[in-house]
Design a protein around this ligand. Structure first.
Ligand SMILES: [Zn+2]
Length: 163
């Protein structure tokens, strides 16, 4: 499942979670940013990956690793991926401006094995380690991309108004 870094988070049929952004949903069909992550970053990611949230998007297989072994059982082909090359659920991190970053637990593997360098905002947020907001998040259904952009712009204006 591919989503560009920092694109608005959505699941299902165009359901957008306002203020939530994708990080690390890589695909072998797309380029991704590479480079060394800061000292201690991966350890923090590993720690967060222990308790994933939101299993909406299902489990993921690494597209960069060779295809997993398969075996035939009762006439069906069963995939046997190495556990670290697949993942269930997400890591969610709160940024300084209240933005929430949603990364697949596979991000740890992408960083470790494939040299992935996540966006700066995400790295900062992981180090700053803010608790999640208890403010309920708006979830909206969307008609078209133009409407989505307009709606997101309006909602972020409302969200950023001083109280
Ligand atoms: Zn891999």
């Amino acid at each position: 499942m591919y989503f560009p870094d920092l694109s608005p988070y959505s699941y299902g049929k165009g359901i957008v979670e306002v203020g939530v952004y994708n990080v690390g949903w890589l695909s072998s069909a797309r380029d991704y940013s590479q480079g060394p992550c800061p000292e201690g970053f991966l350890a923090r990611i590993d720690q967060r990956a222990q308790s994933p949230v939101n299993l909406f998007r299902g489990s993921h297989l690494c597209e960069f690793c060779p295809p997993p072994e398969t075996e035939i059982r009762n006439g069906m082909e069963i995939i046997k991926p190495l556990p670290e090359r697949m993942g269930d659920g997400e890591i969610r991190v709160v940024g300084r401006d209240g933005a929430v970053y949603a990364a697949p637990v596979m991000i740890a593997h992408y960083i470790r094995e494939h040299g992935y360098l996540p966006p700066r905002q995400f790295i900062d947020a992981v180090f700053e380690d803010r608790p999640p907001s208890d403010k309920p998040r708006l979830t909206i259904g969307v008609i078209g991309d133009d409407d989505k952009t307009r709606l997101l712009a309006t909602l972020s204006e409302i969200a950023n108004q001083p109280k």
